[in-house]
Design a binder for this molecule. Structure first.
Ligand code: GLC
Length: 549
């Protein structure tokens, strides 16, 4: 064995707490629900969980608007529920990581409320990004930058004297004011917040909007991401992450953090360093292609490997999360989707979506996801092959994106439907019979439930379990080198080997993924896994792991 830290090869399971399991029977998932399903996660074979925000919040952005970083929102339980969930996970050998949202707070956070009450020029206002407006009476926003959720990124406040006053910056919803990370007090506060959760025993964090902390509020263009200083290698953001890293390193037990960040090569290398945060999500792998575009997929793999060579940062593979239409639906569409895919109003699903095809492809993609060196993330329900739900009635849509875009974009609710655990009809044992869940579940999900798939050796769930067990058994699936093989068009083919001396005698595995329409020859060797039946050829939309040595 090697001394690689646990997180560098771990499989993380993302829990969207509203939608995973409901412990108190109110139709919304919670921490007690997570505790009750920990054995399921052990059976699945993941190493760690990442829980999206459960801290105290008005829930405007479902928890990504935090008003108290050191408490649990009553919707999800109590700190005691958190402690018992954490203890239950640790007893079972599961690591626990939690979301940390440093870019912005809720507008109900006491510090923002104090900033409003204290007026222009006060030290309280310096904790957020307040500016005077333009125009004769300050009636125009300081810049024309748009929020990532639609609408302007500036909102005007009413001053304590009742007059219209300054504007504050919010990259997301107006209820999510951005912190001013140029202010030392913000860093000090987050040191405290990190310590609070590290003291409780968490193994790490997922840093929300991790590339957005430092702003350039004077930027006047219309690219929403330009006001963020992302490409400056001397940016103060490095000091922030180094300081937070020091806090983490002062605790025993290899605590870690993964950055949510987008960007090209330059941005990636400028933000992830061995003395800053540990991992970043490889979004190009998730976002960038038509299904049969092997070139872009190969480039996304190469980018992550280049990053490993250049900065020593292990790659992190991901196809699904709570912000993106589910991959079964993306891969089942004949038009490209992913990041740009927005179901239009009144159009229940893209007309060309073929869920049978999408499921077949998602099964195949799992073999790529779980065979690349580094860490991998699975989003709750991905292992069940859940599709995106694009026909939610408009009056039930909850994502702030729906309102902020003037009902142009339906938002992300479709990938956040509560999980089906068993039974013939909603709520499928997510909540007690008869309960309405926070978003309604489709009436045809009984065959996709955990109970239904558990007994079927060919189910998506059974496939994931098998792949995760193989990944544990074969180090070449999680560490070492990727060597590209000569490959026909529209295919991905690479050999996986451990680094020299790392795991003497370990198997060498070829990974083949057929994104085209013509079957291709497979190498001779032992088929360890395949996403559909294979012989000596690999059919379209299928992947295989072949042990060649
Ligand atoms: C991140 C989260 C997303 C949230 C946003 C604002 O992108 O993943 O769900 O809405 O940040 O916090």
């Amino acid at each position: 064995m090697t001394n690689a830290p646990w997180w560098s090869q771990a499989v993380f399971y993302q829990i969207y707490p509203r939608s995973f399991a409901d412990g108190n029977g109110d139709g919304t998932g919670d921490l007690a629900g997570i505790s009750s399903r920990l054995d399921y996660l052990v059976e699945l074979g993941v190493d760690a969980i990442w829980i999206s925000p459960f801290q105290r919040s008005p829930q405007v952005d479902h928890g990504y608007d935090i008003s108290d970083h050191c408490d649990v929102d009553p919707l999800f339980g109590t700190l005691a529920d958190f402690d018992s969930m954490l203890a239950g996970a640790h007893e079972r050998g599961l690591r626990v990581t939690i979301d940390m949202v440093p870019n912005h707070s809720s507008d109900q956070h006491p510090w923002f409320q104090r900033a409003l009450a204290s007026g222009p020029g006060s030290p309280e206002r310096e904790l957020y990004v307040f500016r005077d407006g333009l125009g004769e009476h300050g009636e125009l926003p300081p810049t024309n930058v748009a929020s990532l959720f639609g609408g302007p990124a500036w909102t005007r406040v009413t001053e304590p004297d009742g007059q219209p006053g300054q504007w504050y910056f919010h990259l997301f919803a107006a209820q999510q004011p951005d912190w001013n990370w140029g202010n030392e007090a913000v860093l000090e506060e987050f040191r405290r917040v990190f310590r609070f959760w590290l003291d409780r025993g968490v193994d790490g964090f997922r840093i929300d909007a991790g590339d957005a902390l430092i702003k350039h509020p004077a930027y006047r263009g219309d690219d929403p991401l330009m006001p963020l200083i992302r490409k400056d290698p001397n940016s103060p953001v490095h000091r922030i992450y180094r300081e937070l890293r020091k806090v983490m390193d002062s605790y025993p037990g290899e605590r870690m953090a993964v950055l949510e960040m987008g960007g090209d090569r330059e941005v990636l290398t400028s933000l992830v360093r061995p003395d800053e945060m540990h991992l970043y999500f490889n979004f190009p792998f998730m976002h960038s292609r038509e299904w049969d575009d092997d070139k872009t997929l190969a480039e996304a793999i190469d980018l992550a490997l280049w990053m490993r060579g250049s900065t020593g940062t292990p790659p992190t593979w991901v196809t699904d999360n709570h912000d993106t239409p589910r991959s079964v639906t993306r891969y089942g569409s004949h038009v490209q989707l992913a990041g740009d895919y927005v179901p239009t109003t009144g159009d229940p699903a893209p007309p060309t979506t073929d869920l049978t095809l999408g499921t077949r492809r998602a099964r195949a993609m799992a073999l790529a996801l779980l065979s690349l060196p580094g860490a991998a993330y699975i989003y709750n329900g991905q292992e069940l092959g859940l599709p995106n739900v694009d026909d939610l009635p408009e009056e039930l849509l909850q994502d702030p994106v729906w309102e902020r875009t003037g009902h142009q974009e339906r938002g992300r609710d479709g990938c956040r439907i509560p999980l089906p655990w068993g039974g013939a009809e909603p709520p499928y044992e997510f909540s007690p019979t008869g309960t309405s869940t926070w978003l309604p579940q489709p009436t045809d999900w009984a065959p996709r439930s955990v109970a239904a798939q558990r007994g079927d050796p060919d189910s998506m769930l059974a496939r994931y379990r098998h792949l995760l067990a193989l990944r544990r058994a074969h180090p070449a699936l999680r560490t070492g080198a990727v060597t590209w093989l000569p490959r026909p068009p529209h295919t991905i083919g690479y050999e996986r080997t451990c680094f020299a001396g790392e795991h003497p005698g370990a198997a060498v595995i070829e990974v083949w993924l057929n994104l085209g329409t013509t079957p291709i020859a497979l190498p001779s060797g032992e088929i360890l896994a395949s996403s559909a039946p294979v012989t000596d050829t690999l059919p379209a939309d299928t992947a295989a792991w072949v042990r060649t040595r």
